[in-house]
Design a protein around this ligand. Structure first.
Ligand code: ZN
Length: 262
């Protein structure tokens, strides 16, 4: 690893921990607090972790914060519609430029995830406190590095079941089995522009999911995986009037055809 710490911002709508006694008892410091603490414990001095919440100005996701973020994690459940479209667009552009994005549980329905993926991202669900086994289907992938068994097990979760309306993932790392009978693609990667996106299912906020050691390990691995890397990003139109080599055709462009309307 390089000597530069990974800059992680943990975003949370931060509503149910303040409004619901059950959720507050499990996550007294907010879900973002538990996720941030888990990441910091796992990654140590290799990461600098900060939090941002929806109630802050610009949802805590100013240009300055995003410019200083290598990987953003996203938790939302009750208030997807209250997220400002301008902030969603800002996050989308940063992902295209290379910022990693970890999308957690009910954030499958967030504006940012749906915008980046282009489908409804909807699914079957049931909150019955049932057992979940997440079977590893891609054991060579760095996001499951260090997971000892063939699966991880969570004693009580909310069920998410197929069909999950997402585009075909780049990699499918885990498939969940639920006590009630459903299955689900629970750990999926995508790429958009230069950015790497990881969706991770376990939840929800009435269960102590983000204190689980395997969940924390996977999120830390995912943050490392999603860190910006590779070549420069060129996502904007570039009119290159001077060719790299001479062109024989003598064609003269009709500039009027390139004038945009509206
Ligand atoms: Zn949920």
């Amino acid at each position: 690893m390089s000597g530069t710490p990974l800059r992680i911002t943990v975003w949370n709508e931060f509503i149910h921990e303040r409004e619901n006694e059950t959720v507050r008892a499990i996550y007294p410091d907010g879900i973002h607090g538990a996720i941030a603490a888990g990441l910091q414990t796992q990654l140590g001095s290799a990461a600098v972790v900060r939090s941002a919440t929806m109630d802050q100005p610009e949802h805590g996701l100013t240009d300055e914060v995003l410019a200083a973020t290598d990987v953003l994690t996203w938790w939302g459940h009750a208030a997807h519609k209250l997220v400002d479209d301008r902030i969603v667009e800002r996050v989308q552009l940063r992902v295209l430029e290379g910022m990693g994005l970890l999308v957690l549980h009910s954030a499958h329905a967030s504006k940012i995830f749906k915008r980046l993926l282009g489908t409804t991202c909807m699914l079957r669900w049931r909150e019955a406190g049932e057992k979940e086994r997440l079977w590893i289907t891609d054991p060579s992938h760095p996001i499951v590095d260090g997971i000892a068994g063939e699966y991880i097990e969570l004693p009580q979760t909310e069920m998410y079941g197929e069909f999950f309306d997402i585009p075909q993932p780049e990699s499918l790392l885990m498939i969940s089995w639920f006590e009630g009978g459903e299955v689900f693609r629970s750990a999926c990667t995508f790429r958009r522009g230069k950015g790497k996106i990881f969706y991770f299912r376990p939840g929800h906020e009435t269960f102590p999911i983000y204190y689980d050691a395997n969940v924390q390990r996977i999120l830390a691995n995912a943050a490392r995986w999603a860190a910006p890397s590779g070549a420069a990003y060129h996502g904007k139109a570039r009119n290159v009037t001077e060719p790299l080599e001479p062109i024989a055709s003598g064609h003269v462009a009709d500039a009027s055809l390139h004038v945009k309307k509206g």
